[in-house]
Design a binder for this molecule. Structure first.
Ligand SMILES: [Zn+2]
Length: 477
């Protein structure tokens, strides 16, 4: 009897236990699913890398995670973020270096078409480049060269470029198709060119270009006066007004050659920098490229006017023009970024290579091994470049709220190992082919070292086909 009661009691408990367990189980499932639901949905998460933030404190996060939603960075931190966010695309950096996209602050990307042609010819600009350009440059050439060059930059981890060339509209189209960010400036020059036979034509072309692209998400159009001695004062004054009216950048070669310095000095009794200031061009919209022949007072003037500086070390030394005091400018807190110049001048388009040269040559120049440590070179390539284009609030570091322009440099390749210091590895060990992943404006454009936005074989075929036409003209020069 007692046993019977016990069994009935036990049966009752068991049933209720099962009910309870079922209830608890379902509560657990509901709880878990609500936890899952609580994860904020993002587009891309990058995890498992050494994250160089390049923020104010230059923080480095081991096992770093960065979260991207639409075109912005919404969170930066360590693995804990993986509990908080989910994403449609998770990228495992596989112990690589996650860094801000690099900024090429001066180039003529379409000139990729002419790369390796007539290198080291004396007085190359006047004797060779200008005559060649007059015969060969066309919208087609500008497009083909820009597409190839932009693809090369993307594969090398450059996410933003500052460009100046002829038929800039065609170059901008190509850069957009590759998916890079471009500050594209239409070249303005006083001589007849392929895109401006009549006086004032290149300036009119620039205005039309600015009008067309002024609201573009990736392309920032601007004015590209060629140099202080190659543009009339009358046009420089107009450019000053127009850049103010449209609030767009001006990129220009400044104090690049001794010939330019002498001509401006003779004509205006001023240095090129003083002359440009007298015209009213030096301001926060101005990006000065090269800056080799400048005095200490020029440096002070440029600092006061808050201009951006594009330091093109490789192109400058290849043409034996000289060494820009860009390091001095950087150490004075000026806005110094790195540039490659056009591929007919510097031959390369990646910024990783520039970092190595810049770090080493300034040491030699100053006879001071501590003058330019690798961290400073990485600063110039990223946040320095963003400052040079006055976009440091949006670009140049991996911080919440900034635009998602991000690069992963893989560390598996033989040349990258071992790594004790990620800055040293980037500046002294890495090359462009170590770049594995590139995101621009929240969009994945390079994955596993492959460009995703364009057909790379076709891009290379187009430029090699065009070479035949160039070769025929080049033989006549
Ligand atoms: Zn240039």
């Amino acid at each position: 009897m007692l046993a019977g009661i016990f069994f009935i009691w036990e049966d009752y408990l068991m049933k209720n236990y099962l009910k309870g367990a079922l209830l608890l189980g379902s509560l657990f499932i509901v709880g878990c699913s609500s936890l899952v639901e609580k994860k904020e949905q993002a587009n891309i998460i990058i995890k498992n890398g050494t994250l160089l933030t390049m923020n104010e404190k230059r923080e480095i996060i081991e096992n770093g995670v960065i979260v991207i939603k639409n075109n912005k960075i919404i969170s930066v931190g360590n693995e804990d973020l993986l509990k908080k966010y989910s994403a449609t695309k998770i990228i495992d950096a596989e112990d690589g270096i996650i860094m801000p996209g690099m900024i090429n602050t001066h180039t003529h990307v379409s000139m990729t078409v002419f790369r390796s042609l007539a290198d080291d010819v004396p007085d190359r600009l006047n004797r060779y480049i200008f005559p060649l350009e007059n015969q060969m440059v066309s919208p087609e050439m500008s497009y083909i060269g820009a597409k190839h060059g932009a693809m090369e930059m993307a594969l090398g981890g450059v996410t933003t470029m500052v460009d100046m060339y002829l038929f800039e509209e065609s170059a901008a189209q190509a850069v957009k198709e590759v998916g890079l960010r471009g500050i594209m400036t239409q070249n303005i020059i006083k001589y007849p060119t392929a895109d401006g036979k009549e006086k004032g034509e290149t300036l009119n072309r620039a205005v039309a270009f600015v009008e067309k692209y002024k609201n573009d998400e990736l392309i920032t159009p601007g004015f590209g006066p060629h140099g202080p001695h190659t543009v009339t004062k009358e046009e420089l004054l107009k450019i000053k007004e127009l850049s103010k009216k449209y609030n767009v950048p001006v990129s220009m070669h400044v104090a690049e050659t001794d010939g330019e310095f002498d001509r401006i000095k003779k004509e205006y009794k001023m240095t090129p920098v003083e002359y440009l200031d007298s015209v009213g061009l030096l301001n926060e919209r101005f990006i000065a490229a090269h800056n080799i022949f400048i005095t200490d007072s020029d440096i002070e003037l440029m600092k006061k006017r808050d201009v951006g500086i594009a330091h093109n070390m490789v192109a400058n030394i290849k043409s034996a023009k000289g060494i820009s005091p860009a390091l001095k400018m950087h150490d004075k807190g000026m806005r110094v970024g790195l540039g490659t110049d056009g591929p007919m001048s510097g031959n390369t388009l990646d910024i990783i290579g520039q970092m190595g040269y810049v770090a080493k040559l300034h040491k030699l120049d100053t006879k001071d091994r501590s003058a330019l440590p690798p961290k400073k070179a990485v600063e110039m390539a990223t946040i320095g470049g963003a400052r040079a284009i006055h976009r440091e609030n949006e670009l140049g570091s991996l911080e919440v709220g900034k635009l998602a322009d991000i690069v992963i440099v893989e560390t598996k390749s033989v040349n990258m190992n071992p790594i004790y210091d990620p800055y040293s590895a980037l500046v002294y060990s890495a090359n462009a082919s170590n770049v594995d992943t590139v995101i621009v404006n929240g969009k994945l454009i390079v994955e596993d070292k492959q460009i995703k936005t364009v057909d790379s074989k076709k891009v290379i075929k187009d430029i090699t086909d065009f070479k035949e036409k160039v070769q025929k003209v080049a033989e006549t020069l």
